[in-house]
Ligand binder design. Structure first.
Ligand SMILES: Nc1ncnc2c1ncn2[C@@H]1O[C@H](COP(=O)(O)OP(=O)(O)O)[C@@H](O)[C@H]1O
Ligand SMILES: [Mg+2]
Length: 276
């Protein structure tokens, strides 16, 4: 499996703290996949993302982008950030201008995209994200879910090759979460590598095709969702909740499980239940 970004034995402490936020983190993000990075609060997911866009720099160890060590020169970082887009957990940290239209144009203008191309891309992304009617609404009038979509649009419009989302569904209601996941799947289908940090194991299991589990600034586990989450004891010992669908599946009679695959959705589970 080809990877697009790697961390090798990365150590990092925040200024003024003793404990290391990353404690020798080694991991790789597979190119073209949908990866979920799981881990409870404080396991280092956000710190990893900040390394991925070069906002933080390893105290020791290395980050690689497309097989080469990351360069921290200002012009290289600018280039990197056009290829790697990070959507922060809190949209307030991301949205700086007063309307969605202005905010989404900002990154494009910064990247030196010509005016006519800029207008074309903004119209397209507003449509994709269902934000046309909100384009000129003051951002402080938007709901949190709408702000999250604006923040995502502002990153997506730059057409990154690697899209990183930090807890994108935190504080979203079910229908906003559903819509966000559909948008991510559409983006992924267009060829973008998508990586989401989450502590929602149900979402990670249902959505991802590759899963990393972090704990105490390290990557402890990686694999397909089933490979990772079938290690129930380990998952529990890390303070994580095994996905509900798998919990139900593992309580089904042996003969049903022997002849089926673990369900990835409620609909698949219901099909299995019919065989009981
Ligand atoms: N700005 C900060 N200053 C000091 N310590 C921080 C800061 N941000 C995160 N940390 C610490 O770094 C560790 C990893 O945090 P973080 O990367 O935010 O984890 P996660 O995103 O998995 O919740 C935690 O121990 C956290 O307290
Ligand atoms: Mg975090």
């Amino acid at each position: 499996m080809k990877s697009i970004m790697e961390a090798y034995d990365v150590r990092y402490s925040y200024p003024g703290t003793q404990a290391e936020a990353l404690q020798g983190l080694t991991m790789s993000l597979p190119e073209g996949k949908k990866t979920a990075i799981c881990g409870h609060n404080g396991s280092g997911k956000s710190t990893l993302f900040l390394h991925a866009v070069g906002i933080h720099r390893p105290a020791s160890g290395r980050m690689h982008w497309k097989g080469a060590p990351m360069s921290y020169r200002a012009d290289d970082l600018k280039k990197l950030r056009q290829q790697v887009g990070l959507v922060f957990q809190d949209p307030e940290q991301q949205l700086i201008l007063s309307t969605p239209y202005e905010d989404i144009s900002y990154g494009l203008r910064n990247a030196g995209v010509p005016e006519h191309e800029m207008i074309r891309r903004i119209q397209h992304i507003l449509g994709t994200m269902g934000l046309e009617h909100l384009a000129n609404t003051p951002i402080h009038h938007l709901s949190l879910g709408q702000k999250k979509r604006v923040a995502l649009a502002g990153v997506m419009v730059l057409e990154p090759e690697l899209l990183l989302l930090d807890e994108p569904t935190a504080y979203l209601d079910r229908s906003s979460e559903q819509r966000l996941v559909e948008e991510l799947d559409r983006i992924h289908a267009q060829g973008t590598t998508v990586v989401m940090a989450t502590h929602d194991m149900n979402l990670a299991y249902a959505w991802a095709d590759w899963v990393l589990v972090m704990d105490k600034g390290k990557c402890l586990l990686e694999g397909t969702p089933f490979e990772v989450f079938e290690q129930e004891d380990l998952i529990l010992s890390l303070g994580l909740e095994p996905p509900l669908l798998l919990q139900v599946w593992s309580s089904l009679p042996e003969h049903v499980r022997a002849e089926s695959f673990p369900p990835r959705s409620m609909a698949e589970l219901k099909e299995l239940m019919k065989q009981l």
